[in-house]
Design a protein around this ligand. Structure first.
Ligand SMILES: Nc1ncnc2c1ncn2[C@@H]1O[C@H](COP(=O)(O)OP(=O)(O)O)[C@@H](O)[C@H]1O
Ligand SMILES: [Mg+2]
Length: 381
C-alpha cells in the first residue's frame, strides 16, 4: 500500500514546505554576507505548530550546504555544559585536532587547565565555551566556512544559560568570526526574554514572526504530496482542504493526512474523503495543538478567550470586558498578553479575533471541562 506522505507531528520536515522561501533564503544570504550581517543572529517566533522547528532545520540546511558545521540544540537545563562537554569537543576533535594531538591532550583544551569539567555552572564553563568556539571558528575560517548554533524552544526558565551563550556569541561576532546563531520560541517566551535587560544580544537579533501561509501555497502543499504518491485530488476538493487549514502549517499536515487515509487504496481522493478527512482533522487539532497552547497561559487569560468564544465572529473588547465583569482597561491588559502570545489578533477598531483555527469551537466545547465558567467570572481579582 502507498504510504501516507503527510507529517502531522511536531519538528518533522513536511513533504512539501511552502510559503517560507524568502525567509530561508534570507538566512543563507546572511551566511554569505559574512560577519556583521544582521541575519547571522535570527529568532523565529510563532504559535505552536506554525513551523518554527522546521525553519530552524531549514536554516541548518542552508549552513550545511555551504560547508558549515551545525550544532542543533534545545533550550533545556545543561545547554552550556552540553555545548562545552559534548558538541564542541566532538567538532574540534573531528575538524581541528590531528589524531596524535588528540591522544596527547585528551578532551581538555590547550591552555585550559583547571576547568572543572564536572560542573554545570554556566559561569565556570563560559571560558571554555569561548575558547572552544574560537578554536573551532579559527580552524573553519581557513576553509572559508563557519559554525551555526541553533537553539529551539528558548524560554525564560533558561535565562541564565541563554545570557551566557548570548554574551559569548556577541563577543565572537565582534571579533568578526564566522559564527551564526538561530533560535526559536513561542512569542510569549521570547517577549519575556527580551524584557530581560541583559539579553541585549537577543533583542538585536533579526526577529521573524511566523504566521499563516497563503491558501494558494497551502493547496500546493496538499496537492503535490498526494500526486507524488500517484493519487489525485480535484481543484475544488483541494481548495476546500486548503480553506480548512486557515493556512496554519500544522493543519496542512493534519488535514492532508486525514484526507489521504480515508480510502488509501483508491487513486482519486473523493469529495467525501475530503469532507470526512477535514472533520477528523478538526477532532484531533484540539488535543494536538489547542490544549497545549491553552496550557501555556493563565486562568484569567483563558477566561478571556472563553468569553470571546461566545461570538461567532470578531469580538468587541468592550463587550468581553462586560461579560467578564471587569473594566475595559483591565480587559485591555489581557488583550495585550493574548495578542503577544499569538492566540488572538486585532480585527478592526476595538475588535479581536482568534488566530488559531478551531480555537473558538474548541473553547465552546471545553470551557466546562477546563474548570472555567461558561459565561466568564463575574469578578476577577
Ligand atoms: N511551511 C510549511 N509548509 C508545510 N508544512 C509545514 C510548514 N511548516 C511546518 N509544517 C508542518 O507543520 C508541523 C509543525 O511544524 P513545527 O516546525 O514542528 O512547528 P513549531 O515548531 O512551530 O511548533 C510539522 O508537521 C511540519 O512538517
Ligand atoms: Mg517546535
Amino acid at each position: 500500500m502507498r504510504k501516507n506522505p503527510f507529517t502531522p507531528s511536531f519538528g518533522v520536515a513536511p513533504p512539501l514546505l511552502v510559503g517560507r522561501t524568502d525567509l530561508i533564503e534570507d538566512f543563507g544570504i546572511a551566511l554569505d554576507e559574512g560577519p556583521g550581517a544582521p541575519g547571522r543572529a535570527t529568532i523565529y517566533t510563532g504559535a505552536r505548530g506554525v513551523g518554527k522547528t522546521v525553519m530552524l532545520n531549514e536554516a541548518e540546511e542552508q549552513a550545511r550546504s555551504r560547508g558549515w558545521l551545525v550544532i542543533s540544540e534545545t533550550a533545556t537545563p545543561g545547554l552550556i555544559s552540553r555545548l562545552t562537554l559534548n558538541h564542541l569537543p566532538q567538532l574540534i576533535d573531528a575538524h581541528v585536532r590531528t589524531p596524535t594531538k588528540r591522544r596527547l591532550t585528551g578532551i581538555k583544551l590547550n591552555g585550559l587547565v583547571g576547568v572543572n569539567w564536572e560542573t554545570t555552572d554556566a559561569s565556570t564553563l563560559q571560558p571554555a565555551l569561548r575558547q572552544q568556539i574560537s578554536e573551532l571558528t579559527d580552524a573553519l575560517a581557513e576553509h572559508e566556512t563557519g559554525l551555526l548554533i541553533t537553539v529551539d524552544e528558548i524560554h525564560r526558565y533558561l535565562t541564565d544559560e541563554l545570557r551566557e551563550l548570548g554574551t559569548i556569541v556577541q563577543h565572537m561576532f565582534r571579533e568578526g568570526r564566522e559564527l551564526a546563531f538561530a533560535a526559536a520560541g513561542l512569542p510569549s517566551s521570547i517577549n519575556d526574554l527580551l524584557n530581560d535587560d541583559v539579553l541585549t544580544f537577543l533583542r538585536r537579533a533579526d526577529r521573524h514572526a511566523l504566521g499563516a501561509v497563503q491558501l494558494g501555497h497551502v493547496a500546493e502543499a496538499i496537492r503535490n504530496p498526494i500526486e507524488r504518491t500517484g493519487r489525485s485530488i480535484s481543484d475544488d476538493a483541494c481548495s476546500a482542504a486548503a480553506d480548512a487549514t486557515s493556512g496554519y502549517p500544522f493543519l496542512i499536515q493534519l488535514v492532508g493526512y486525514h484526507i489521504w487515509r480515508q480510502s488509501p487504496t483508491t487513486t482519486a481522493i473523493s469529495d467525501d474523503d475530503v469532507a470526512t478527512g477535514i472533520a477528523a482533522a478538526r477532532r484531533r487539532v484540539g488535543s494536538l495543538v489547542l490544549e497545549p497552547s491553552l496550557a501555556d497561559i493563565s486562568d484569567v487569560d483563558r477566561s478571556f478567550l472563553v468569553a470571546m468564544s461566545h461570538d461567532d465572529g470578531p469580538s468587541k473588547t468592550s463587550e468581553i470586558a462586560q461579560r467578564l465583569g471587569v473594566s475595559t482597561t483591565y480587559a485591555g491588559q489581557y488583550r495585550l498578553r493574548l495578542i503577544s502570545a499569538d492566540l488572538i489578533t486585532p480585527a478592526g477598531f476595538g475588535k479581536l479575533t482568534f488566530t488559531m483555527p478551531y480555537l473558538r469551537e474548541y473553547l465552546r466545547g471545553h470551557a466546562a471541562a477546563m474548570g472555567l465558567p461558561q459565561q466568564g467570572p463575574k469578578e476577577l481579582s
